[in-house]
Design a protein around this ligand. Structure first.
Ligand code: DOR
Ligand code: ZN
Length: 352
């Protein structure tokens, strides 16, 4: 017997595993191993691969390539540049939602033309969310268009009052709208830029302590926490070009448990934001046989060397966190224990 705490396996709704196309940064095997180590039993993979997932053919190709590498369960987002509307109907059945870039980031798949954004929202099924990367004034635009077209809208990686206040207003108007915040926006701020240098570069950018405090003060209004795990190699991060993004799968839950110890949120908040709301928003079946066992009192040091992610760095390296993930079960099978993956690649299943 032990007195480990059991929490539902996390559903991380925002992950970039780079497979296929950029498997030097991450692949589905290393990425899903990192997920399990972090207590995450389901990940939703983003479509901004080197060759983006804008067609059913690309989606099938990705599905085939990763199926015998996955260790945790997964779903895919479909992407759009506005030129692939004919693919939507077929793609919707095979994906968990549409991901749309309204602001610039890795891959440069931003859709800027308002009439084109309208066409995309109109055409996409009203039964599955449109997840938007929307910064600044694009937040209001996404809400307006989703309202006009009747879509389910999810604003990902919110960074402060601008997004959350508008989302709360839209909720009051009866819109089906939700949000997530990332660990890097909750635990890092502009003050970390000096220490991290180019490793701090991420989209949306890190925010001020004031904005960060706003997020923590309104944690009960934020629907989900998602890692936005976006690995880039150390040599890329240190180069003159900007590679936006940071890894986060292995550190998200320990950071949240540490925040619980610091009195910043409750365990119920953690479960609400990492499993209950993701299930509700993306219409997943509740699964009591996928869970993590945690020693919530065990303190340990985050170190680059022991990370499972291929990029082998974390903006949180050198931090002590309190909350060690001991064992993880997926669909009743013990899949992770004390630093070891216990199942073969391919054990993870596509949930659609
Ligand atoms: O910093 C980021 N990196 N933000 C994103 O939205 C995409 C991500 C990536 O894919 O590298
Ligand atoms: Zn992302």
């Amino acid at each position: 017997m032990n007195d480990y705490l059991r929490i539902p396996g996390l559903i991380d709704i925002h992950v970039h595993l780079r497979d296929p196309g950029q498997t030097d940064k991450e692949d589905f095997n290393t990425g899903t191993a990192a997920a399990l180590k972090g207590g995450i039993t389901t990940i939703f993979d983003m479509p901004n691969n080197l060759e983006p997932v804008f067609s059913v053919e690309k989606l099938s190709e990705k599905s085939k390539i990763v199926s015998n590498k996955a260790l945790c369960d997964y779903g895919f987002f479909f992407g759009s540049d506005g030129e692939n509307l004919a693919e939507f109907e077929k793609a919707a059945g095979k994906t968990i939602g549409l991901k749309l870039y309204l602001s610039d980031t890795t891959g440069k798949y931003t859709v800027t033309d308002e009439s084109q954004i309208y066409k995309i929202f109109k055409k996409w099924t009203k039964k599955k969310p449109v997840v938007v990367h929307a910064e600044n004034e694009k937040v209001g635009l996404a809400i307006k268009i989703a309202y006009d077209c009747g879509n389910i809208l999810h604003i990902t990686h919110i960074t402060g009052e601008n997004e959350l206040a508008q989302i709360m207003d839209a909720k009051k108007m009866g819109m089906k709208i939700s949000s997530d915040a990332t660990p890097h926006h909750l635990f890092l701020s502009l003050e970390d830029k000096e220490r991290l240098g180019k490793y701090a570069e991420v989209k949306p950018p890190l925010v001020s302590k004031r904005n960060q405090a706003y997020l923590w003060n309104h944690i009960s209004d934020i629907d989900c926490i998602a890692s936005d795990h976006a690995p880039h190699m150390k040599k890329e991060k240190e180069s003159e070009i900007s590679y936006y993004g940071m890894p986060g799968l292995e550190t998200m839950l320990p950071l949240l448990i540490t925040a619980f110890h610091d009195g910043k949120l409750t365990f119920e908040d953690i479960i609400r934001m990492t499993s209950h709301n993701p299930s509700k928003i993306f219409n997943l079946k509740r699964d009591d046989s996928s869970y993590a066992e945690i020693n919530s009192e065990e303190e340990y040091l985050i170190e680059n060397e022991t990370l499972f992610t291929k990029c082998k760095w974390s903006p949180f390296a050198g931090w002590y966190v309190k909350g060690k993930i001991k064992r993880v079960f997926l669909r009743g099978t013990r899949v992770y224990e004390d630093g070891k993956i216990l199942v073969r690649p391919g054990f993870g299943k596509n949930i659609k």
